[in-house]
Design a protein around this ligand. Structure first.
Ligand SMILES: [Zn+2]
Length: 317
């Protein structure tokens, strides 16, 4: 697709979303919505079966600043496209993470234990690849099964960079190791003008984190010769996770100053998988690509050029 912000990725066909011209009522809260409900974190009932369902290699927790407008946030995309593995917490209602920086014998003993990391580039952050390689090697040495996940849970902050400071300095997040990704250019149409173009939207950050992690595990498994073992375990585990997501309901836990509620997935017993067969993580960008194309089309029809598109073009010249 020529207009796609990520022409090389294998994103499922979102063409059916272009045919939707009227809003429908969310079957959970009754509010009028177009594609999904950004306060219930659910797709509209008529679209539910058409959405991709992305299996992630770790749990994703998103801590959302209450001032972030839900309808404009890309973190909602993750909760809808990967309902089993994504939780959204509205700050200051966040979990008390039990952190185990050193590899222990029992991973993820309770819901928030195990190897939790916070994705945030700062002077204390480790490059993801370095952090994962160290943990992987420690687990191998201690004969801990890596299919349990070298990372169990990655925490993301969804806020402006200014608001993020308050969340970052919260005492409940102080002991969680911080990791950072390689540099990627954002394609977000609402990127913050005064920030570098490598500051990603939340869904882009989740996507690149999943991709980097999965490539890193693949390489480490290959190098250490445990690839076939990881693959065998994968298939037996996959059978457990094919239940129907359409019957799942979210448990609302927090209420912010607008009508946006936090979402915790009740299916947290469905463990994320390390999948060396590369599931289609590209579909995490399903809504991102749809909105990008739609906004760009609307903009060009009215004679405007999308900010991130003109930025891309400038670079090519
Ligand atoms: Zn709703």
């Amino acid at each position: 697709m020529a207009d796609s912000p990520f022409p090389d990725l294998n994103v499922s066909d979102f063409g059916f979303l272009n045919d939707i011209t009227t809003r429908q009522m969310c079957s959970y809260c009754g509010k009028s919505r177009m594609y999904y409900c950004y306060t219930c974190f659910k797709p509209l009932a008529t679209l539910q079966d058409k959405m991709p369902d992305v299996q992630l290699p770790f749990y994703v927790d998103i801590i959302k600043h209450p001032g972030e407008i839900c309808g404009k946030s890309t973190s909602v995309h993750a909760a809808i496209l990967s309902p089993r593995h994504v939780n959204i917490h509205i700050y200051p209602n966040i979990p008390q993470y039990l952190v185990n920086n050193v590899v222990a014998g029992k991973e993820d003993e309770n819901q928030f234990g195990g190897s939790t990391v916070l994705l945030y580039p700062c002077k204390e952050s480790f490059p993801l690849k370095e952090f994962v390689a160290t943990r992987f090697n420690n687990m191998q040495q201690k004969k801990i099964d890596v299919t349990h996940g070298v990372l169990q849970r990655v925490v993301f902050i969804d806020s402006t960079w200014f608001q993020a400071y308050k969340i970052l300095t919260d005492h409940r997040l102080q002991n969680i190791p911080r990791i950072e990704l390689d540099a990627y250019e954002t394609k977000f149409w609402r990127y913050q003008l005064d920030k570098p173009s490598t500051y990603l939207s939340t869904i882009e950050a989740i996507y690149y984190c999943v991709k980097e992690y999965s490539a890193c595990i693949k390489q480490l498994s290959h190098d250490s010769g445990c690839e076939s073992h990881v693959n065998t375990r994968l298939f037996s585990k996959e059978l457990i996770t094919t239940s129907d997501v359409s019957t799942k309901t979210g448990l609302t836990i927090t209420k912010s100053n607008e009508d946006c509620v936090g979402y915790v997935n009740p299916e947290s017993n469905v463990k994320p998988l390390i999948n060396l067969n590369e599931p289609n993580y590209d579909d995490l960008l399903f809504f991102f690509c749809f909105f990008y194309c739609k906004i760009r089309k609307n903009a060009s029809e009215s004679g405007r050029i999308l900010k991130s598109y003109s930025q891309q073009r400038k670079k090519k010249q």
